[in-house]
Write a protein that binds this ligand. Structure first.
Ligand SMILES: [Mn+2]
Length: 301
């Protein structure tokens, strides 16, 4: 008799499940996606291996939206990271075959082998597909872009980095890029901050971030204002936080999106831009869905 102390992993998948990820890797071209404009665009972040959330986002928005931007943290903490990546990459490829993909995937701090070893994805992929399979995911993660500018909003997983003054600086980061807490090199540290840093209400420019650890920083309102004006941007859209829902800070110029189930009891939302207006759209929780228009400054000076 085998004692099971944890939920067993599904083992019916074949190595075929890695194919869309391997093929989507070829579509990734560099660390910065550049500027783009969409009439209707959805932002989601921190899926953390939830296949039901991923499916709901695609079911509800894929047809209608011009693009769905995922702000990183696809795997770890849950049991279906393999399926989430297979689905998102399949959709990305489907769009590419049709002329233009609607799926934009940015990199989170969990798209790293060090995090996956600690938080579950290495084991999940190994048990489902064999331990040789991780290389396919590692290659994909190392090539995911760090940032994009959508409708003049800077989109990134963590936030501003002390090493990035101009958008062009992101294009100069090493690529492919294996993020590592053990690599103390400046380029790696600059990239790490993009996926790890957090905003703060404290009166600092960049400050210590003891909650996250050494090499990770907070950025304040003045650092944000300087970065936005230097680059002609409206604001920042980021993820990297566990309480569900949409949070706005810094006079509406910083929006945190959290689309994760792994903290129970919190709402789970995506952010929708539709014809110049912004909405928080709550995903299905016990069958209820509703939309709340955000009170955001429409024309920042
Ligand atoms: Mn994160």
């Amino acid at each position: 008799m085998t004692l099971q102390t944890e939920r067993p992993l599904q083992t019916a998948l074949g190595y075929e499940s890695t194919r869309p990820v391997a093929e989507a890797t070829r579509l990734l071209r560099g660390p910065f996606l550049g500027r783009m404009e969409f009439k209707n665009v959805i932002f989601a972040s921190d899926i953390h291996s939830s296949l039901s959330v991923t499916k709901e986002i695609l079911d509800r928005f894929y047809g209608k939206a011009d693009a769905i931007v995922f702000l990183g943290d696809y795997v770890d903490r849950g049991m279906q990271g393999v399926e989430v990546l297979e689905l998102l990459c399949s959709k990305m490829l489907e769009g590419e075959r049709g002329g233009r993909t609607k799926i934009i995937m940015l990199r989170g701090n969990h798209e790293s082998e060090e995090m996956n070893k600690k938080y579950g994805f290495t084991r999940e992929a190994g048990e489902k597909l064999g331990y040789g399979s991780y290389g396919v995911y590692g290659r994909f993660f190392s090539r995911l872009p760090f940032a994009a500018v959508v409708n003049n909003w800077f989109c990134v997983h963590g936030g501003l980095s002390m090493g990035i003054a101009k958008l062009d600086d992101i294009s100069l980061l090493p690529w492919p890029n294996v993020l590592s807490i053990y690599d103390r090199g400046v380029a790696n540290q600059t990239a790490m901050q993009l996926v790890w840093n957090d905003p703060t209400e404290d009166p600092v420019y960049f400050g210590e971030n003891p909650k996250r650890g050494t090499g990770v920083f907070t950025f304040g309102k003045t650092a944000l204002a300087d970065f936005l004006s230097r680059n002609g941007l409206i604001g920042v859209i980021r993820g990297h936080e566990s309480p569900g829902g949409i949070k706005t800070q810094m006079d509406g110029r910083l929006i945190t999106v959290s689309t994760t189930w792994y903290v129970t009891g919190e709402s789970v939302s995506v952010l929708e831009f539709d014809n110049g207006r912004m909405y928080e759209v709550e995903l299905c929780k016990g069958g209820d869905m509703y939309e709340v228009e955000l009170q955001l400054r429409k024309n920042p000076p």
